[in-house]
Design a protein around this ligand. Structure first.
Ligand SMILES: [Zn+2]
Length: 291
């Protein structure tokens, strides 16, 4: 069985890029995936949500959450979605040979995973925030990174908030086994993909040591022990994704009982990625740079 991971770190071409407000699904995303994601983002605009968890309000720095708030929060952190065939190393370039960064010597601690995705691993990446990877690479070298994004001008990575995420091989296989009868355009699968975007969006936040809200290695005893698939904070991507999915699930009137149960198990799994013993703190969520 596949286990889905998110990482911080595409292919029939469609003539014109699709704009879903300010989140741009770029031209190397296959047409069928582009249509589904555009529909998901459209759905987000009209979503009716009730009784958000107080932690979600705290994380979003607000006293009320509705579809507009959710959409705005996401759009502040994600601008471009690139497809699975996007080659990060080929797209990365130096936009400026020297660049001034804040918190230059205050950088995240990377935990060394002993297990990895890809190859024969059963762990599949759902989505990756490659914008923060590009930003951090520039910061390490005191240069400014750029990304050549298909159908878009060269993008200067002046902040992780520039917001570039990449579709992973797992995104369109979510719940393939557990909800075989629910089509890809079902509400349940749309909500799961939207929650994934919120998870990735959180990787666009952070400051100094918390930059990118990079993941921790799951401890022994966890079902993902050894993988970089946990969080060592109380306000990171797994918490955000779980809280958003919980909110959307419990507010979903059209989801079947079976679909709701699967969504619940999924967000509970995300809550289970927060390492309780060493995660009793919120990380600094102020972003670096500006877009
Ligand atoms: Zn992640």
């Amino acid at each position: 069985m596949w286990v889905f991971l998110f990482l911080a770190l595409i292919t029939t071409l469609v003539p014109n890029d699709t704009f879903a407000r300010s989140i741009r699904i770029t031209s190397n995303v296959p047409r069928n995936q582009k249509l589904l994601l555009s529909r998901d983002l459209q759905l987000l605009k009209t979503l009716s949500v009730e009784n958000p968890d107080s932690k979600l309000l705290e994380i979003m720095h607000t006293d009320a959450v509705d579809s507009g708030k959710l959409e705005g929060w996401l759009e502040d952190r994600v601008q471009y979605v690139v497809g699975e065939s996007f080659k990060f190393n080929e797209a990365l370039f130096i936009a400026e040979p020297s660049y001034s960064y804040e918190n230059l010597n205050d950088v995240p601690v990377f935990e060394k995973a002993t297990k990895h995705t890809g190859g024969n691993s059963s762990a599949k990446v759902i989505m990756s925030n490659i914008g923060v990877s590009a930003y951090f690479k520039g910061k390490e070298q005191h240069t400014l990174s750029g990304l050549k994004i298909p159908g878009v001008d060269d993008v200067r990575m002046t902040s992780p908030r520039v917001g570039v995420v990449q579709i992973g091989e797992g995104l369109f296989y979510l719940f393939e086994k557990r909800l075989p009868k629910s089509p890809q355009d079902s509400m349940a699968k749309s909500l799961a993909r939207l929650s994934t975007l919120f998870h990735e969006a959180r990787h666009s936040d952070g400051h100094g040591k918390s930059l990118g809200f990079f993941h921790a290695v799951c401890p022994e005893g966890h079902h993902l022990a050894g993988y970089s698939a946990c969080d060592r904070n109380l306000n990171g991507p797994y918490t955000v994704g779980a809280l958003v999915q919980q909110l959307m699930t419990e507010s979903c009137d059209t989801c079947s009982v079976e679909e709701k149960e699967v969504l619940r198990l999924n967000y509970l799994d995300s809550f289970g990625r927060v390492i309780q013993e060493t995660s009793s703190v919120d990380w600094d969520d102020r972003p670096e740079g500006s877009r």
